[in-house]
Design a protein around this ligand. Structure first.
Ligand SMILES: C[S@@+](CC[C@H](N)C(=O)[O-])C[C@H]1O[C@@H](n2cnc3c(N)ncnc32)[C@H](O)[C@@H]1O
Length: 378
């Protein structure tokens, strides 16, 4: 596909998303309907769509409308790119911009790329860094790997990855983490990944797991285990991990991932014992990861947030009952409602627990937004 044809495909996919389809479903539908597109084409179309979704409001303002064509036009204006090359009408390129569309272009227009109702909440959390935070929402997030230090040390992992064309660099504050600086798309096919020496995991999630400290033979229940990201990181730290999730189907990847990593992680649907530590990686807005799932930020509503806050409280109430020594509450959210306010809720309603440590990881070039609070028996 030519560069212009890739933009034309992105316009079609964006129109489907604007009609209410989730981004992944719209991209999959496009790929199935256009089998001639190779993996590089699919990756490029995906990148265009996600870039446009991250900056949807500001691109729509520049491009003069809420359509795939206007948003892509706004994207090109933001990059000072040549609109005529992309909207050329030649071959599989998008049709030329008509006079009405040209008249609506506003290269100097701008907008905050977040839903209006969330702005006071994010201003409250970010304080003087609010501007920086809004700018971050427009950026692509880096890919990070977690080195499985039970199998390989970080220096040898870097060398093995390098042999496969994957360049990495170290990261301050996370002894297990590598930033992928090139070759990210090769990771899942590479020998270090397939042999369980490295896993894909954001750096902030890794830092939160490291907050739990040395395992000292402790048993640990991962109460909201999902695909097992935290379970695997904690098993690699030496914890004897049991995985649980309200939806057992979500745990289907844990078996193969654990096998690659060389650990055993039993999965349970009913909990019949107590654990030294219980980890609650709670369902949340995911606002700290919206650079990776930008359509989610536009769909998220105040009612969604209220429902999540209630669900998180229910889960805390259930899960803490299985903890002997401590429980750990985590979210990949930036919002106080899901973080600090839940710490206050625990301290007010469950007086046997005291928060002994909490960390907020900013959403920046070194990882997603993340929150972790550790509670011990008072
Ligand atoms: C943030 S995700 C977990 C991500 C996972 N820990 C990881 O690191 O890959 C939250 C999980 O909580 C689960 N969940 C939702 N409600 C729950 C409940 N009432 N009890 C236990 N798990 C629940 C969801 O099915 C989802 O898999």
């Amino acid at each position: 596909m030519t560069p212009a044809a890739r933009y034309a495909a992105a316009i079609d996919v964006l129109d489907q998303i604007l009609d209410g389809q989730p981004a992944e479903a719209a991209l999959l539908k496009w790929a199935r309907g256009n089998r001639y597109a190779g993996s590089k084409d699919r990756a490029a179309v995906r990148d265009h769509v996600f870039d446009c979704l991250r900056s949807k409001a500001s691109f729509a303002a520049k491009g003069g409308g809420q359509t795939g064509r206007a948003i892509v036009a706004g994207c090109l204006l933001a990059q000072n790119a040549d609109l005529d090359e992309v909207f050329s009408g030649q071959g599989y390129a998008a049709a030329r911009l008509d006079d009405a569309e040209l008249a609506r272009l506003a290269p100097d227009a701008d907008a905050v790329d977040l839903p209006e109702w969330l702005l006071p909440k994010l201003r409250d959390v970010a304080g003087p860094d609010f501007q920086k935070l809004t700018e971050q929402f427009r950026q692509r997030a880096d890919v990070f790997l977690r080195v499985n230090t039970q199998k390989i040390d970080i220096r040898n992992a870097e060398q093995s990855l390098d042999k496969e064309g994957i360049s990495t660099s170290n990261l301050a504050g996370a002894t297990t983490a590598l930033r992928v600086t090139s070759g990210a798309r090769q990771v899942a096919r590479s020998a270090p990944f397939l042999s369980g020496e490295v896993e894909l995991q954001d750096a902030s999630s890794q830092k939160a797991c490291l907050m739990l400290g040395a395992a000292d033979g402790e048993t640990l229940l991962d109460y909201c285990a999902g695909g097992g990201g935290k379970s695997l990181a904690l098993a690699a730290m030496g914890y004897t991990v049991t995985a649980h999730d309200a939806d057992p189907k979500r745990m289907k990847d844990i078996g193969p991932r654990a096998e690659r990593a060389g650990v055993t992680i039993p999965q349970v649907t009913e909990i019949t014992q107590q654990f030294d530590t219980v980890v609650i990686d709670a369902p949340c807005s995911g606002s700290g990861t919206w650079r990776r799932t930008p359509d989610a930020k536009w769909r998220f509503t105040e009612q969604d947030l209220a429902d999540l806050v209630e669900l998180q409280r229910d889960i805390i109430g259930q899960a803490q009952g299985h903890a002997l020594r401590r429980f750990v509450y985590m979210t990949c959210s930036l919002l106080r409602d899901e973080n600090d306010d839940q710490v206050a809720f625990v301290e007010a309603s469950l007086p046997k627990w005291t928060c002994v440590r909490q960390e907020r990881f900013a959403m920046d070039q070194d990882g997603d937004g993340f929150f972790c609070a550790i509670f011990e028996q008072a």
